[in-house]
Design a binder for this molecule. Structure first.
Ligand SMILES: NC(=O)CC[C@H](N)C(=O)O
Length: 223
């Protein structure tokens, strides 16, 4: 099994993601730099971490979405390789149009940094098989641009196709229909604002994020 974490200039959660993947998979992820033209061969999983890529210049994730490496990430996603984008990684995935919608400034115009309750909406995706639909989990958020927006037609389609992965039990940022994470049509790309890699062991204050990594790593066993 071969996993990778992509680092952009301004990423600040790449090490946490790397440690979470290493601890759950037992194998060290490959570190990939945004300027690399190609991903290493044979990757089974790609993570886009949180942070402030390019200082959130223009819009959060807008510059990173045009990094050289994102062409390879899009091609890998198209081939069915699982891709997880957390927080800034989610912003990059929407800006790269690998996921629908946009992450706008939080409704209260403030940076939010706290642990929030989330409802698991989909427990059949490869990212969430270790959760139970309807279960409430607690995962930290830390962002100023987490206000998920998509038009009604898109939201209806996402809900109808079971592509809302997580919802906020308490809407902390104004996201439409309380959406905290969404899947692409094939179900192999997940973007979410909360940080599962910050809830891996009790010392983090909770370990509800660990099951997300157990789900996806478990789906790769044998890979
Ligand atoms: N923790 C993060 O990834 C922050 C994401 C983003 N730059 C924001 O503040 O909205």
């Amino acid at each position: 099994m071969k996993t990778a974490v992509v680092t952009f200039p301004g990423s600040n959660c790449d090490r946490d993601m790397w440690v979470a993947l290493r601890d759950v998979s037992g194998k060290e992820p490959v570190k990939v730099w945004h300027g690399d033209a190609d991903l290493p061969g044979g990757l089974d999983f790609i993570a886009l971490p949180g942070g402030f890529s390019y200082g959130d210049y223009l819009r959060s994730g807008a510059m990173a979405a045009n990094s050289p490496i994102m062409r390879s990430v899009a091609a890998a996603a198209e081939r069915g390789v699982p891709v997880l984008g957390v927080c800034n990684g989610f912003q990059v995935l929407t800006e790269a149009q690998l996921l629908p919608g946009a992450l706008m400034r939080n409704a209260a115009q403030t940076f939010i940094c706290r642990t929030v309750p989330l409802v698991v909406e989909n427990d059949t995706s490869l990212f969430a098989s270790a959760y139970t639909k309807g279960e409430t989990i607690r995962i930290p958020v830390a962002h100023h641009d987490g206000n998920y927006f998509a038009d009604d037609e898109t939201l209806d389609r996402l809900e109808g196709e079971g592509r809302v992965a997580f919802r906020y039990a308490e809407n902390c940022n104004g996201s439409r229909r309380d959406i905290a994470g969404v899947l692409n049509g094939k179900g192999n790309v997940l973007g979410m604002m909360p940080h599962p890699e910050r809830a891996i062991e009790p010392a983090h204050g909770g370990s509800d994020g660990r099951r997300l990594f157990e789900s996806v790593i478990g789906s790769l066993v044998g890979a």
